[in-house]
Design a protein around this ligand. Structure first.
Ligand SMILES: [Mn+2]
Length: 193
C-alpha cells in the first residue's frame, strides 16, 4: 500500500495530510476555504486516492495556508511514491467542464518543474484568490518532485477553468502513478530517478 503522512507546523500554519494512492476509501478535506476544499476534494476524487487534509491558518494569511497545504500535499505524495518503482511515470489528460477545456501533463520521474497557463483574469474565484492557483501548482510540483504543465485551451467561467485544471491534474497523476506490471522497475534509461 503506497501511503504518505505529513504533519507540518510553523508559526504560520498547521497542516496535516494523510493519503493513500491505493485505497480510496475515505476522503475529508478542511482548509477554511470552501473553494479550496472543493478543488482539493475534486483532486482526491479524480485521482482516486484516500486523502485527509486538515489545514489551519495560525496567522490569518490565506497565501500561507494555500502554499503550505501544497507543500504538505506534495511531500505526502513524494513519500507515498517512495522509490517510484514500477510506475507508468507519464500522464496526460485534457478535461472539459462546460465552456472550459484544460490539459495537464505530468512526469513523476523526480524532476520538479511547473508551468501553469490558465490566464485567470479575475481577482478571486469564490473565496480563493486567483493568484494562489498557479502558486499552489508550483509548490505542489516542487515538493512532489513532478514536472507539471497545465494549459487552458478554452473557458470563460474561471470556476470551471480552475476546477477543470484540478480534475485534469488528478486524472493525469492517476495515469502516471499507476503500477504497470510490464514496465521496467524504474521507467528511465538511467536506471534511477
Ligand atoms: Mn465547482
Amino acid at each position: 500500500m503506497r501511503s504518505g503522512a505529513i504533519r507540518r507546523t510553523t508559526t504560520e500554519t498547521d497542516i496535516a495530510v494523510e493519503l493513500s494512492l491505493d485505497d480510496a476509501q475515505s476522503r475529508s478535506i478542511s482548509t477554511g476555504s470552501a473553494m479550496f476544499d472543493h478543488l482539493l476534494l475534486a483532486f482526491a476524487f479524480h485521482a482516486r486516492i484516500g486523502c485527509r487534509i486538515e489545514a489551519r491558518s495560525l496567522d490569518g494569511i490565506r497565501h500561507h495556508l494555500v502554499e503550505d497545504t501544497a507543500i504538505a500535499l506534495g511531500q505526502a505524495l513524494d513519500a507515498a511514491l517512495g522509490e517510484r518503482r514500477g510506475i507508468v511515470r507519464y500522464g496526460e489528460r485534457t478535461i472539459p467542464m462546460d465552456d472550459a477545456l484544460v490539459r495537464a501533463v505530468v512526469d513523476l520521474g523526480g524532476r520538479a518543474w511547473s508551468r501553469t497557463a490558465l490566464d485567470l483574469r479575475c481577482e478571486r474565484i469564490e473565496d480563493l484568490e486567483s493568484v494562489f492557483v498557479p502558486h499552489f501548482f508550483a509548490s505542489l510540483a516542487q515538493h512532489a518532485r513532478m514536472t507539471l504543465h497545465i494549459d487552458r485551451f478554452a473557458g470563460d467561467d474561471p470556476h470551471h477553468v480552475v476546477e477543470a485544471a484540478f480534475k485534469a491534474l488528478a486524472r493525469a497523476c492517476a495515469l502516471a502513478w499507476a503500477l504497470d506490471p510490464n514496465a521496467d522497475p524504474i521507467a528511465s534509461t538511467k536506471g534511477c530517478f
